[in-house]
Design a protein around this ligand. Structure first.
Ligand SMILES: *[C@@H]1O[C@H](CO)[C@@H](O)[C@H](O)[C@H]1NC(C)=O
Length: 140
């Protein structure tokens, strides 16, 4: 028995539970399931690709004000989620809930942000998507 190998497999299985990287089409299918409108789907895909690389579990580096951004949509903990185990702030969520493989909570929070500020809430969108060629999802 190669215990190191078994150890490595168990560790990667554990890590896998908490981290998921969507493929582009996998992401599109998931967003369709959450009723994201088709008319701006490519904008969401572009935003997510630049914010998180389609990873669910990412925590960004500290922002200038000391806040951090969480998950697929890189949602900010200064305004939108509470970075403790008590759900709070404008999305009534813990930040950890915005970093799970089940993206239901992250999606509803992103929709709350979008309703208030549109895509302008995300620098990933402003810098890389606004007025630029958007990802091709024609085969999804
Ligand atoms: C965030 O969590 C803390 C507990 O760690 C709690 O005291 C606080 O009220 C929560 N903040 C909000 C805005 O819900």
């Amino acid at each position: 028995m190669n215990w190191l190998l078994i150890f490595a497999v168990v560790i990667s299985a554990l890590l896998h539970c908490e981290a998921k990287t969507f493929t582009r089409c996998g992401l599109v299918q998931e967003l369709r399931r959450k009723n994201f409108p088709e008319s701006v789907m490519r904008n969401w895909v572009c935003l997510i690709e630049h914010e998180s690389g389609r990873r669910t579990d990412i925590i960004g580096p500290p922002n200038r004000d000391g806040s951090r951004d969480h998950g697929l949509f890189q949602i900010n903990d200064h305004l939108w989620c509470n970075d403790s185990n008590v759900p709070g702030k404008d999305c009534h969520a813990t930040c950890a809930e915005l970093r799970t493989d089940d993206i239901t909570k992250a999606c509803s929070c992103a929709m709350i942000i979008f309703r208030r500020q549109g895509f302008y809430a995300w620098y990933g969108w402003i810098d890389h998507c606004k007025g630029k060629p958007l990802p091709d999802i024609s085969n999804c």
